[in-house]
Design a protein around this ligand. Sequence first.
Ligand code: HEM
Length: 385
Amino acid sequence: MVGVTIVSSFLSLLFLILLALVKYFDKLWWTPTRIQKRMASQGIKGPSYKLIYGNGKEIISMTKETMSRPMSTSSHDISSYVLPHDHLWTNICGKSFLQWYGPQPHLTIGEPESCKAILSNKDRICRKPKPPYFVKKLLGDGVSMAEGEKWVKLRKLATHAFNGESLKSMIPEMITSTEVMLERWKNHEGEEIEVNKEFKLLTSEVISRTAFGSSYLEGKNIFEMLTELTLLFKNTYTFRLPGISMIVNESLRLYPPVIHLVRETEKEVRLGELNVPANVQLRVPNLAFHHEPEFWGQDAQLFKPERFSEGVAKATNNNMVAFIPFGMGPRTCVGMNFAIIEAKIALSMILQRYSFTLSPGYVHSPINSLTVSPQHGVQVILHSL
Ligand code: HEM
């Protein structure tokens, strides 16, 4: 009797181990191989899948290699530098291609109409993928990560928080924060400062002040004081320096903080000519679109703010995906107006006090660490006007 029990427990254990192995093997080998074959049969090529790592090792080694050598300071051609693997595989396989982050397939979509369909998501073809653990820890469980009912609720709240009136009430905080930064700079005139650090500080200062402001605090008094401050500064600064919008747009075109927008298929979907299986991550490559000569002409890699002199629609020839630094469709950035207003206020206040030259110590090395940022900071020398 005891013997029978032992044998049957052993067989159950063996069965469970076998089941786990089959599941594991399916996830790590059969499914990736099947998806790869399926996409290849539709003309989608890419680096071949490798067990467990996918193309992870190649991606890491290419990125490490580019990060170890600086770019020329006069070049804005950052796509091959920030995303060397995407650049290589686009050249070999075409603008739409399949690559693997571990066993997770990432399908880059180079076709603008399909990208519009993904981002507008009218046919509910995709959802936002669940963020990796470290991103969730960093960004929290807010609107950008939510889906379904929860997203609808949070999005409404966020849209309300950034509507015209709320934004207007944040302007005093933005001005005060910039003024605090400029006061700090007074001690460094003629010297080198690291503006990336300064702008990070400015952004966190603005966000904490605006969040503080909205918790209606010592509220009214401070608000009134800030409104007075605004009036005072309005007399000192002109916020409409000519060309600021064009400069902001051209900077966001060449250096978009978000380099691709990612969605995930929940079920098999039809996308243009392609049938895409479930659980594939779809990538809208906005960095590549922003630098695409087909959209921007042969001078696509040059900093020419005047492209935007007649607005975004004219600059992009009404091709919406050519310029999407804030995304598009229902999940477009809720903080867009906030970010643009802050950038314009800060830029116009700075430019009315200082000119600056790039420090000889500056190393041009933009990298993607959650957002595109300068690997070694941005050192400039301040010249008081
Ligand atoms: C230059 C600055 C910024 C850039 C380039 C930017 C870019 C973007 C992009 C591309 C998306 C869309 C992501 C996607 O479709 O998957 C996005 C979404 C979002 N952004 Fe921004 N953003 C900026 C500043 C801000 C600021 C200042 C805030 C808030 C204070 C903010 C809050 C959000 C939120 C909450 C979402 C998610 C919206 C949703 O999923 O419904 N962003 N941002």
